[in-house]
Design a protein around this ligand. Structure first.
Ligand SMILES: Cc1cc2nc3c(=O)[nH]c(=O)nc-3n(C[C@H](O)[C@H](O)[C@H](O)COP(=O)(O)OP(=O)(O)OC[C@H]3O[C@@H](n4cnc5c(N)ncnc54)[C@H](O)[C@@H]3O)c2cc1C
Length: 299
């Protein structure tokens, strides 16, 4: 598998790194090695790579910034396809076209300078455009689907590129029809509003300050581990009421600052993280008879 994979990378000029520790590229600093981590820099290379991996029956995972993905403790025998190099953008009047690998903080800064409003509340989410659309990421009362016009996708099932309107993506709370669909987002259009750079900056600073004061921004994590069970009930509140703040299994700990976050307090494994999330959900169920649904995806 290794030989043909590396030959493919070289022949098609696709950037890759061999035998990379996933913990070194994961925001939670967990994960064993992967055979390869690869960085295609245009959508044709991405499609070619996926088609090759499918035909060769080599395991792979599309990843943005892995800020919602828990890497495994055992070696990942396959390719992790990172979208970091797919990060061009153009702004035409109030419409932004952006490739899937651009991060939300980066695009928010660009839009702030351009005096275009919409991404302020999303500016602290450390994920890519692609990952954010798939999971309909949101914060401060705004979800990315609120701004989305359409996505351009590569459909692994038939090898075609085409566009899908946002209204056809069946967005819900932290969900979309793209999840588990075999479709890869390559770029997207967003509709923005004109505003002035200073008021956009003030709003972004306000959101950043709230995050800094309420979340463990100084510790490796994957953000909130669980979804809200319903609109006006936070998982963090339920976990806190179970007295679990600061509770640890191995190196994984329920943050003392925000009970919805599981942080890596040093040396956490994926098994620690999973065991702690299972234990937490069990405790919440015993006390409130509410089932918590994990937001973080296990790779
Ligand atoms: C400190 C911290 C704070 C966070 N705060 C928030 C928050 O306020 N709100 C929120 O919603 N989330 C939050 N998150 C979670 C996370 O940042 C979001 O879910 C983010 O949108 C994930 O983007 P990503 O690029 O990291 O996706 P990844 O974790 O890399 O991938 C997530 C899923 O999307 C798929 N995927 C990625 N790119 C593509 C693509 N181009 N096409 C098809 N599938 C793709 C992956 O295969 C995977 O299934 C936070 C995380 C951290 C670490």
């Amino acid at each position: 598998m290794k030989k043909e994979l590396f030959r493919f990378f070289k022949m098609n000029d696709v950037e890759y790194k061999e035998n990379i520790l996933l913990s070194s590229i994961s925001p939670i600093r967990i994960g064993a090695k992967a055979t390869a981590v690869t960085y295609p820099d245009n959508e044709l290379k991405l499609a070619l790579l996926i088609s090759f991996l499918e035909k060769s029956k080599i395991k792979y995972k599309i990843a943005g910034r892995m800020s919602n993905l828990l890497p495994p403790d055992e070696k990942y025998e396959g390719a992790v396809i990172r979208t970091d190099r797919l990060s061009d953008y153009t702004i035409n009047s109030y419409v932004l076209e952006v490739f899937c690998g651009m991060t939300l903080p980066h695009i928010a800064r660009i839009l702030q300078n351009a005096g275009l409003s919409g991404f302020e509340g999303l500016s602290g989410i450390p994920g890519s455009i692609g990952g954010a659309i798939v999971g309909n990421a949101g914060a401060f009362g705004r979800q990315i689907s609120d701004l989305l016009l359409d996505v351009r996708v590569y459909d692994r099932s038939n090898g075609y590129f085409y566009s899908i309107k946002a209204s056809d993506l069946n967005f819900g709370y932290r969900s979309s029809s793209i999840m588990h669909s075999g479709i890869v987002i390559t770029s997207a259009h967003f509709n923005l509003l004109q505003s002035d750079p200073l008021s956009i900056k003030i709003e972004m600073d306000r959101c950043r300050e709230i995050r800094k004061n309420t979340q463990p921004t100084d510790k490796p994590s994957l953000g909130s581990c669980f979804k809200r069970p319903c609109e006006d009930l936070a998982a963090a509140w339920l976990i806190d009421k179970c007295g679990l703040k600061g509770y640890s299994i191995g190196g994984a700990q329920i943050s003392e600052k925000h009970a919805g976050f599981i942080v890596n307090n040093g040396g956490s494994t994926a098994s620690d993280y999973i065991a702690l999330s299972v234990y937490t959900a069990k405790k919440v169920y015993e006390k409130f008879e509410i089932c918590l649904d994990r937001e973080v995806e296990i790779m």
